[in-house]
Design a protein around this ligand. Structure first.
Ligand code: MG
Length: 298
């Protein structure tokens, strides 16, 4: 299934939708009539996953035929997960990105965090604060946890994955390099565009077959297969869940391939008005627009 959270009219409240044939159908419209009242009132994909692994099968069994959809161009996309308990990000997980970053390959898995205040939906705005002059993009596959996971082995990890989406790990390179912790370099407001949809695990292609491309104003910057991850997704789930309990709706950003601005000989960082699009085959395309905070705002 392809799942989304859409804002309702002009409000900041979202509802859970299912994408059918390119349009979006509100789960609320059929949950009650379909005899699944506990599927009504859900605001996002995270709340669906919190109901347990059977909920998505129940949702899949509802009859969507005849329900009028919201057209894609009319949809106002919220992040498909609005309030994840954790956004755990993996750094330096592609060899070519390590090389372009001019750092040595780490001997261990590098983890850092973002917050729910970083999230913006498809076609949302990334705000470049005055604090940075080096705003960068990182197109990445995001894994969404579907079941509570603690001490899960790599061989069982796929059972704990609810689905996949796209995340743009926006980074302020000057802050990231200048400060020993990456909080300000990675986790400022709007620094995690997410979406547009979640593809559930059963509908998603194999991770090794997924391919990431990132464009800035239509210019190709990143172009790589997810099969190039140094630590594959299943081993990431094992490593993280060894000492951190993962809950339904938690996100793991799996690292970015080569092609970020920071790695260019003459970096072209993100500027006011830029459009960044991250596409992952089998999932979709996540677009974001950069807006610089006017100097009078801060
Ligand atoms: Mg990253």
């Amino acid at each position: 299934m392809h799942l989304a959270a859409l804002y309702q009219n002009d409000s900041t409240e979202s509802q859970l939708y299912v994408e059918v044939n390119g349009g979006y159908i509100a789960v609320d419209d059929l949950a009650l009539e379909g005899g699944s009242p506990h599927l009504s009132g859900l605001h996002d994909v995270g709340e669906l996953f919190e109901l347990g692994p059977d909920a998505i099968h129940e949702l899949d069994a509802l009859d969507w035929v005849g329900v009028p959809p919201v057209a894609e161009h009319e949809a106002r996309f919220a992040p498909p997960i609005r309030k994840p308990g954790k956004i755990i990000c993996v750094g330096l997980n592609y060899l070519a990105h390590i090389e372009e970053s001019l750092v040595s390959r780490p001997s261990h898995i590098v983890l850092f965090s973002k917050y729910s205040s970083c999230l913006v939906g498809h076609r949302g705005e990334v705000v470049r604060p005055k604090a940075t002059k080096q705003l960068d993009y990182e197109g990445e596959l995001a894994v969404i946890i579907g079941r509570r996971a603690r001490g899960v082995g790599a061989g069982d990890a796929s059972e704990y994955i609810g689905g996949f989406t796209i995340i743009n790990d926006i980074s302020a390179r000057d802050l990231q390099v200048a400060e020993p912790q990456w909080v300000r370099g990675k986790a400022l407001d709007t620094f995690a565009p997410l979406g547009p949809i979640v593809v559930d695990r059963a509908s998603a292609p194999e991770i090794e077959e997924m391919h990431i491309t990132t464009l800035v104003n239509g210019e190709l910057r990143q172009d790589a297969s997810c099969s190039l991850m140094i630590t594959p997704v299943e081993e990431l789930v094992e490593y993280i869940s060894r000492d951190i309990t993962l809950e339904p709706g938690d996100l793991i950003a799996t690292g970015t391939p080569a092609g970020v601005a920071f790695g260019m000989a003459n970096p072209v960082y993100l500027a006011n008005g830029d459009e960044v699009t991250v596409t992952i085959s089998g999932i979709g395309t996540l677009s974001s627009f950069v807006r610089a905070v006017p100097s009078t705002d801060q």
